[in-house]
Design a protein around this ligand. Sequence first.
Ligand SMILES: [Fe+2]
Ligand SMILES: [Fe+2]
Length: 290
Amino acid sequence: MADFLSGYSIQNWLESCPQGYLEGTVYGHKPGEQEIELLKTNPVLHEDAIRTTVQLVVGERAALAASSGLINSAPDEASKRFLATQTLDEARHVEIFTQRLYDLGVRKEDLESTIARFANPNLVKFAGVLLEKVDKKDFVAGVVGQNIVLEGMAFSVFEMMYALNEPMNPKFAQTLSGTIADERRHVGFGENRIGSLLKEHPERKPDIEKMQKDMSYFMLATFADAFGETRAVDELERIGQERSHAQFHGADLGAMDPKEMEDLLAATVLKEFKTRLGRLGLQYQTPARP
Ligand SMILES: [Fe+2]
Ligand SMILES: [Fe+2]
């Protein structure tokens, strides 16, 4: 075990992350970079940016609670140390996305009420399924829920957001790209650690598959809400702002309506789930479509 987890040491984390791609950054981006003016001055785009960022804070707060909560139920020392690095990564993600809310003009005293107002109830339920496993000190289910399901979802969501923001908003795009690099490491740990644990405990599989199905249901419901609520595409058209033709998995996001983007994102994440779970010997369970 020591071998396949050696890439996940604190030393490696220091070299690749704080001394690597985060070196010289301030809240995940180049010093002095600003949010784009349009997001602050156009009321529709402003609210849309705040609502989206709130979901990132909610998701990252769940990841922080899960990764820190799993440290004491981890069966080996190398996993505990990795989860300590992940805990700091997730705390950083909470901080940088909270900072983005401030950069968008949310006042510090209004942070919690803004989060409560915009947090998607289905995303809160998605996190609840995971945190219940963590609270029960169920390490195997907790790591599948966190490092495969939550982070598999986050990974694709961040990649789509990166594609959409990269042409116009270098500040937010760089914040996202550092987060994507972190999530890639977290998903890698999940796959490496859980494969061997599931071989030792095959009897745990049905329960974990049920959790994945429940989490996937709330994830799809979250996507349906998020893309159903957004008015950004209509607003850009109304004000005559050309959309950027960002590519995501071979599709032109600049030519898609929100429903098409939702379907593409859902299909991308579910395909990833099937592949990753399959590699772990878990059977992907199809949730009911919300
Ligand atoms: Fe994260
Ligand atoms: Fe993560």
